[in-house]
Design a protein. Structure first.
Length: 192
């Protein structure tokens, strides 16, 4: 039993190192591609981004979309830009979803379509609307509401106490006899 647990733990540790190594190599490759692109070696950068995009990197697909949309080292090609933005958007990249919406709004590479633009602009928000009804979200909203109501009650109690003290002070002042020294001082101060 102990050997099985040891092997499982060792396997988990090795997987963590492999994932972190893959992440580090992805970051290194993205930096290398950006450096190549900056040095006007766009074909080499594109080869790296295409390979990384095929491996599931939304960032690589986004970079390919941007260079095609703006003709940065390649001829302007809105159809290719749209294709790469879609690749990134399908992986949940919100910026790519927004860019597709802009392209539909302005008719860049596609026929202008305000309804389709709106769909892409709001895609991420609509995708997550179902979270609003999950039990944990409902519980958090109730907890937040209770905290806000409690804070408001405490603030109202403090204000009420201060206002009550002010009302009592005003009433005491008015209840002073007319000939009292405080009333005479008030009347003199008020020009009476």
């Amino acid at each position: 039993m102990h050997d099985v647990l040891s092997r499982i733990a060792l396997g988990a540790v090795m997987m963590m190192f492999a994932c972190s190594a893959n992440s580090a190599s992805l970051d290194e490759e993205m930096r290398l591609a950006a450096k190549l692109h900056k040095q006007a070696e766009t074909p080499q950068a594109m080869a790296i981004w295409q390979r990384l995009s095929a491996q599931g990197s939304a960032d690589a697909a986004y970079n390919l979309a941007v260079i095609h949309q703006h003709g940065d080292g390649v001829p302007v090609d809105h159809a290719k830009a749209m294709s790469w933005y879609r690749t990134a958007a399908e992986q949940g990249d919100k910026v790519s979803q927004f860019q597709i919406g802009l392209m539909y709004q302005t008719g860049q590479g596609v026929e202008a379509n305000p309804a389709e633009a709106h769909r892409w602009f709001t895609m991420h928000r609509q995708h997550h609307l179902h979270h609003a009804h999950q039990p944990q979200m409902v519980a958090w909203r109730k907890q937040a509401l209770a905290l806000i109501e409690d804070r408001d009650r405490r603030e109202m109690a403090v204000r009420s106490k201060l206002q009550g003290q002010q009302v009592l002070a005003d009433l005491k002042q008015r209840a002073q006899p007319i000939d009292s020294p405080q009333t005479l001082a008030l009347n003199t101060d008020n020009g009476r």
